[in-house]
Ligand binder design. Sequence first.
Ligand code: HEM
Ligand code: HEM
Length: 179
Amino acid sequence: MSAIKQNGDETYGLVARLLHWSIVVLVAAQFVVAWTMPDVHRDTQPVGLIAWHLAIGTALIAAMAVRVVWRVTHRPPPGTLPPLLDTVSRSTHFLLYAALIAVPLLGWANASSRGWKDTVFGALPLPALVPTGSTAGHAMGDIHGTLAWALLVLIGVHVGAALFHRFVLKDKVLQRITG
Ligand code: HEM
Ligand code: HEM
């Protein structure tokens, strides 16, 4: 039970690991859909791949809400890295969390400014973050696209670090999240 809920001394608990990997799958799918969906213009309707972008995006918002609550109520396993690397690692994780919250919120605000109604898993309606026609909400669409690139760079650094630990340093950092 405790290995499921609590983070151990050497690995994250099962819930933290499941949240990590389900969000990885959602983010990967979200980028693929974002890059293949049609350009969004003034009169574009949220159908087809754009509807998928909204559906995956709202699932991500819900998953991140759970993850943030879980994270602040469950201390991660103690760090094993030297102080400087530990700070770099913690900062990267903090920035990943920040981007995983900011990017979807900006997308949500942009969808609201277009008057698009969105729901979590087709059931729970998401309230509008800004009024339809909001110029700020419109601008947030551009910031959303730009910050998505910043998120991608952070993911690149993060995955590079994980692979460096696994194949160069040959330590147990990767096992902390794979279990
Ligand atoms: C981590 C989550 C997300 C990622 C990585 C992501 C990524 C992207 C990217 C890369 C684009 C630009 C596509 C292009 O111009 O070629 C885009 C556009 C868009 N996304 Fe997201 N998105 C995410 C979440 C969301 C959410 C939660 C919503 C709404 C509920 C959303 C709504 C939109 C909208 C409306 C656009 C069009 C913006 C415009 O062109 O003005 N996105 N997204
Ligand atoms: C969309 C891609 C990814 C995102 C957004 C992401 C995000 C994160 C975040 C925010 C944490 C911090 C967890 C916490 O302390 O609460 C974390 C931990 C971790 N991630 Fe990822 N991750 C991604 C992909 C990957 C991949 C592909 C790997 C492996 C190749 C990986 C390996 C790890 C490891 C080993 C940790 C634990 C690090 C430690 O214990 O210090 N991640 N990830």
